[in-house]
Unconditional design. Structure first.
Length: 278
């Protein structure tokens, strides 16, 4: 039976310290990444999952650099060399054993950078995945002018490059220069993503994990004892919508608190200047 209860506040000690990623969670956004993140935490792995931390705690600028290095032709990309193992270590590998949601577009690069890591493949059927991904991630970050407004607030008011990084990831992953092009490449991207994972990773280093199969296959593959608790279940569509609303409220709350007074002040100054010129 699955549980909706969050993992214990006191998980086992981390599996390892500063030796690079131990597990690569090979799945796309909206493919049970939060449930898997909670499972890894419960097994003692130090795990990064962006939706488990504050928006400002995720290293968005470095993630944006990773997107530019991986897909150098995406709109707005600044020239930079491909990421090396040292770059991936600097982003995640020296601090975490596992990374989940925000790392998913970079899985092929991580597989090459960490050939000793075990790979857990979690694949959701395209026809159920795409509408969820589209409404919860794709449309939110690719529809103008709201994406530009959110991006401006995140960067200019909050100091984080979350929207900039996410847009470059989507452009790169879906090999498009526009929202329409990315959408047209959706099925091709999905198929090639999982095909390349299976081509690169031999069966003895790869687990094809099916959500709902519980702890046994995951723990057997990773060499962990099976916990005496239910496998976590988190982040269904309704829960993800609430998390998204909460993040948007944080973004717009920052604007109201910091940006709006400046906007009002500039409007007053502008009006005074115009009045003085009359």
């Amino acid at each position: 039976m699955a549980s909706t209860v969050s993992p214990s506040a006191a998980p086992p000690p981390p599996i390892s310290e500063n030796e690079g990623l131990k597990v690569i969670n090979a799945s796309l956004f909206r493919m049970a990444t939060k449930s898997m993140a909670q499972a890894y935490i419960m097994l003692g792995y130090k795990t990064h999952h962006a939706l488990l931390e504050d928006l400002t705690d995720t290293p968005w600028s470095k993630i944006e650099e990773a997107a530019e290095a991986t897909w150098p032709t995406v709109p707005g990309a600044r020239p930079r060399p491909p990421f090396s193992r040292a770059d991936w270590d600097d982003l995640w590998g020296t601090e975490y054993d596992v990374v989940t949601d925000i790392s998913s577009p970079f899985v092929l690069e991580l597989i090459k950078a960490y050939p000793e890591a075990k790979v857990v493949v979690v694949q959701r059927d395209f026809d159920t995945w795409w509408p969820s991904f589209y409404s919860q991630v794709f449309n939110l970050n690719m529809t103008q002018p709201i994406a530009a407004i959110n991006g401006w607030i995140c960067w200019r008011i909050m100091g984080v490059r979350a929207v900039h990084a996410t847009r470059k990831i989507i452009f790169g992953l879906f090999n498009g220069k526009s929202k329409a092009e990315c959408e047209a490449h959706a099925r091709e991207t999905y198929d090639s993503y999982f095909r390349e994972i299976r081509r690169l990773v031999p069966p003895d280093r790869r687990l094809e994990y099916k959500m709902g199969s519980g702890w046994e296959p995951l723990c057997t593959f990773l060499g962990n004892e099976i916990p005496d608790v239910d496998f976590p279940r988190a982040n269904d569509r309704a829960a993800h919508q609430e998390e998204t609303k909460s993040r948007l409220a944080t973004i717009w709350g920052s604007f109201v608190k910091v940006g709006l007074p400046w906007a009002v002040a500039l409007t007053v100054v502008g009006a005074a200047v115009l009045y003085a010129r009359r």
